[in-house]
Design a protein around this ligand. Structure first.
Ligand code: 8LE
Length: 479
């Protein structure tokens, strides 16, 4: 293309079939970027590109979606003629609850669909363990664009066509596993859709991983730790007997929690990449780290446009600040989500990453949720901070729980129940936890210093708490 003097940004879909194969085969495997022009663009120039895409996406939804017609009826700006990113930021924020209500009134998709029902290629959704499930209809074109976006981001993570990618997450409505799979397929890697969740499947994963020796694993961070624990119980060394080079994760905090990331890297002798926005926002990898980033996730703004807003006022948060990510699809024809509230908490910065990408970065990943954040006697406590402290301790037994209770009707009390390693528990002898008083006091003091609030600590033997093959649930709120 360069020889032909062709340069520029081409809309997705310009090149098809053999042309795409040709372009990708021309990408040398040590290239840093899948699309260097888009990824290293001057941020101001990128804003122009984003605005163009936004104008198209918003007008498209305005013209085709009965929901957005109604939702934006009294908007302070004209959805058919958005003039600037600032104007765009004045459109109302959409919440999960509003999506649920809409889908209940107009089942199953709500009036979000901008294509004919017949053009839905895949149906995904949330499992709906709490409240009504949410349904996502995805067209064929969208599914292809999702594959393309994920391939591009997995390339940044360091996945190459010569790699085998093991997907160890449940294949169901959950779009995490499928999203990882379609990206790895599109990139040209060998795909190993192993799944998770069935009884005995983790033991089988240990056997299969030794046999197949995949280069990369996709799972949740808690599941990777569980896999390592299971391997060791079976006499398998996760470091030498598997041969993973990298792991990419989504679904929960962990990959950007320093001690957790370190524990995974040490257990498997691999490096870790953090990814993940929300299922509704698929391609969900657009929050996605790269192989050079020590912690956190780049925001691939030209695929999904992300803004951070104040959790209370919803006003924009400047670079360097903390807020709630609000996401907008830029390439979605079937069920576009526009200014979608995540409820998560993160900090964004223009970090200088050696990869050369000019995207903003969530430098500490997503470390909490606005609604899961525990407020203990006025102090904000994120479970991920507790996790960081505990996993940094040699005596830690692998799992923990946070129990919040209200004493005398007003005093919030946080109890951290933490497992201690089997060896230590046994050496404390018949006395059980009483023999470990000094350790308990030390853990309590370390937590108090890290959190800025007093906690009680209870020690439990390793293996007491259930391990998860999906996302861990560690907070028990008794208030
Ligand atoms: C910290 C992104 C996906 C498909 O793996 C997923 O889990 O989507 P889902 O089920 O809609 O859950 C989204 C929520 O999971 C987010 O709002 C956030 O609270 C959490 N989450 C996802 N990825 C991460 C994460 N939290 N770090 C992550 N990397």
């Amino acid at each position: 293309l360069r020889e032909m003097g062709v340069d520029g940004v081409f809309p997705v879909g310009t090149f098809t079939g053999e042309m795409v194969e040709f372009i990708h085969s021309a990408l040398s495997s040590d290239a840093e970027h899948w699309d260097a022009r888009l990824e290293t663009m001057d941020p101001a120039e990128r804003d122009g590109l984003i605005l163009q895409k936004l104008q198209g996406q918003v007008r498209y939804a305005w013209e085709r979606s009965g929901f957005y017609r109604e939702f934006w009826r009294d908007a302070p700006v004209d959805p058919a003629h958005i003039q600037s990113l600032e104007e765009f930021a004045r459109l109302p924020i959409l919440t999960k609850e509003e999506v649920r209500v809409e889908q209940e009134a107009y089942p199953p998709y709500g009036r979000f669909l901008c294509v004919a029902q017949n053009d839905i290629h895949r149906i995904h959704g949330t499992s709906g363990t709490t409240g009504r499930p949410t349904v996502f209809g995805i067209s064929k074109g969208d599914w292809e664009r999702i594959g393309e976006a994920h391939a591009r981001i997995l390339w940044a993570a360091g996945v190459r066509p010569t790699d085998t990618v093991m997907v160890a997450a449940v294949f169901s409505l959950y779009v995490g596993s499928w999203g990882a799979l379609v990206g790895a397929e599109r990139l040209g890697a060998t795909c190993f859709p192993f799944g998770a969740g069935a009884p005995g499947q983790t033991e089988r994963a240990v056997e299969w991983a030794q046999m197949v020796r995949p280069a990369a694993l996709y799972a949740t961070p808690s599941y990777a730790l569980y896999l390592a624990e299971t391997a060791r119980e079976m006499g398998v060394d996760p470091r030498t007997d598997f041969g993973f080079r990298l792991m990419f994760f989504s679904g929960e905090p962990g990959a950007s929690v320093p001690a957790t990331r370190q524990a995974i890297e040490d257990a498997f002798g691999c490096y870790v990449v953090d990814q993940g926005s929300m299922a509704e926002m698929t391609p969900w990898m657009t929050n996605g780290g790269c192989r050079r980033l020590a912690r956190g996730m780049h925001l691939w703004q030209d695929i999904v446009y992300t803004q951070l807003v104040d959790p209370e006022t919803s006003e924009p948060v400047v670079m360097g600040g903390e807020g709630v990510p609000v996401y907008t699809h830029l390439e979605r024809e079937s069920q576009p989500m526009i200014r979608y509230w995540s409820g998560d908490i993160a900090r964004w910065e223009m970090a200088d990453c050696p990869c050369g990408r000019t995207y903003p970065t969530l430098t500490q990943g997503i470390y909490g949720r606005a609604d899961d954040m525990l407020i203990i006697r006025g102090q904000n406590v994120f479970p991920s901070r507790v996790e960081d402290v505990l996993r940094g301790l040699d005596e830690f037994g692998g799992e923990f729980r946070l129990v919040v209770a209200r004493e005398r009707g007003y005093l919030d009390q946080l109890t951290v129940q933490t497992e201690v390693s089997a060896g230590l528990w046994a050496s404390a002898g018949e006395g059980g936890p009483e023999g470990l008083e000094a350790l308990r006091d030390r853990v309590r003091d370390t937590l108090r210093r890290a959190l800025g609030v007093g906690v009680s600590v209870e020690l439990r033997p390793e293996g007491e708490f259930e391990r998860t093959q999906f996302k861990a649930r560690r907070v028990i709120d008794l208030r």
